[in-house]
Design a protein around this ligand. Structure first.
Ligand SMILES: NC(=O)c1ccc[n+]([C@@H]2O[C@H](COP(=O)([O-])OP(=O)(O)OC[C@H]3O[C@@H](n4cnc5c(N)ncnc54)[C@H](O)[C@@H]3O)[C@@H](O)[C@H]2O)c1
Length: 409
């Protein structure tokens, strides 16, 4: 099964799909960047920057926004060697981007002694931004995958913070997610813990974070999957009842850059999206296929959709819509909770949470040690870990249905 036209992997195609569904042709942060341009330039020009997880969707978009303000040195760390290669090709091939004078990429893990050596040898850094994480709710299947997620999102962040305490950057940013607000899945709970962890250091050096919405077509997302499905001749599968806020990839880089540089220590930035901006994934499926020249052949089961994808397509593409019934799914999204204090006048497109919880470092270390002790036990289950997380995070309301996204198409 072939796509009706072959433009599906072009940037223009993705951008026009996003623009049609989200309804924005220019960044929702354009004005904020223009107003704060001089300050961004003053803080970035000729500075030394470390970006961790910089080969990923948001990290690479952050880099593309950052280098427009001419840092002198950029060090990028990511375990994804291929992703780093593509990042470098993309930066060096782009006519409107200037790669910094010193540009170094390292395919390594930020949570070990090799990173520590690199950090000490290449530092000190004026700006450090971390985008490395496990981000999929689908990854939280069992005790092993949950332990790996906590290790990456919490324990390695702890390791990094201790290094930063000895070598204070002027700006430290670590990306969070809207799933950290009233978390219902382990991924959101690990990000909430990560937020509490970084905030505990906000008196020692400047720490900021951002919670935001789905980045349209980001690596591994449902929409990114649509591109892969069509190029491989597979049917689309899409929840019919889940609504999400979306930002574009470049908007995701801009939110993080503004939080990192313009935020005050301890602040959490979020995009000012209204309930009317929530988009049902179904709409993306419709526009995506329409852009390819297709209508929808709605199939009632996964099996029907697979059979339909083997037949001649004519004008309609097989799609299986389902109602969400997997563990840890929120049917809506939120960036802040009832107890958060908000500042909504400083920026046009961004809101700021100003009263994030700031624990003592000793208090948060006790939490980290409790998790480490749990990991050392020979017999631990997913339920043990979830129960410990619930004790640590009273707002964590895990919704276990016994079903994971990995059981679906
Ligand atoms: N994509 C979204 O829609 C979205 C929305 C809001 C928040 N976020 C958050 O932003 C972060 C990044 O998201 P993304 O879409 O850019 O993900 P991504 O998977 O594209 O990028 C993450 C990068 O981090 C790297 N990485 C992971 N663990 C590492 C480690 N231990 N050491 C070094 N590198 C490591 C990965 O190789 C990858 O390149 C995640 O924490 C996610 O929760 C994402």
């Amino acid at each position: 099964m072939m796509a009706k036209n072959n433009v599906i992997t072009t940037k223009e195609f993705v951008n026009s799909s996003i623009a049609e569904v989200i309804g924005r042709t220019e960044s929702m942060f354009q004005k904020d960047i223009a107003v704060n341009y001089n300050e961004l330039q003053a803080q970035i020009k000729d500075k030394s920057v470390l970006v961790i997880g910089g080969a990923g969707t948001i990290g690479s978009c952050f880099i593309k926004e950052l280098i427009q303000f001419y840092p002198k040195k950029l060090v990028v760390v990511d375990t994804n060697e291929n992703g780093l290669t593509e990042l470098t090709r993309s930066l060096r091939s782009s006519s409107d981007l200037k790669v910094p004078e010193i540009y170094l990429t390292y395919p390594l893990d930020f949570g070990n002694v090799i990173f520590e050596r690199l950090f000490k040898a290449e530092g000190p850094f004026d700006i450090v931004a971390n985008f490395a994480a496990h981000k999929h709710v689908r990854s939280e299947k069992d005790v092993y995958s949950i332990a790996a997620m906590i290790e990456n999102n919490v324990l390695k962040a702890d390791f990094l913070l201790k290094l930063l305490k000895e070598n204070n950057p002027k700006h430290f940013f670590c990306v969070s997610t809207d799933k950290a607000a009233n978390p219902v899945n382990v991924m959101g709970a690990t990000k909430k813990l990560m937020e509490e962890l970084i905030m505990a250091y906000s008196e020692d050096f400047k720490v900021t974070t951002a919670r935001f919405a789905n980045v349209a077509f980001s690596n591994g997302s449902l929409l990114d999957g649509f591109i892969h499905r069509v190029s491989q001749g597979h049917p689309l599968s899409c929840p019919s009842d889940v609504k999400r806020f979306f930002v574009t990839p470049s908007e995701s880089g801009q939110i993080c850059l503004m939080a990192c540089i313009l935020g005050k220590s301890g602040e959490v930035f979020f995009p000012r999206l209204e309930e009317s901006d929530l988009i049902n994934f179904r709409r993306f499926a419709e526009v995506f296929l329409h852009q390819l020249g297709y209508g929808l052949n709605i199939c009632l089961t996964e099996e029907d959709a697979k059979i339909a994808s083997k037949k001649s397509l004519e004008n309609n593409y097989p799609v299986y819509f389902f109602e969400s019934d997997t563990s840890g799914e929120k049917l809506y999204e939120e960036f802040f909770t009832e107890t958060d204090e908000l500042e909504l006048t400083r920026f046009q497109g961004l809101g700021v949470i100003t009263n994030a919880k700031k624990s003592e470092i000793e208090e948060i270390e006790a939490v980290v040690n409790r998790i480490k002790e749990l990991f050392f036990l020979e017999q631990i289950s997913k339920a043990d870990i979830v129960s410990t997380l619930k004790q640590i995070l009273p707002d964590f309301d895990h919704n276990e249905t016994g079903k994971s996204l990995d059981q679906k198409m």
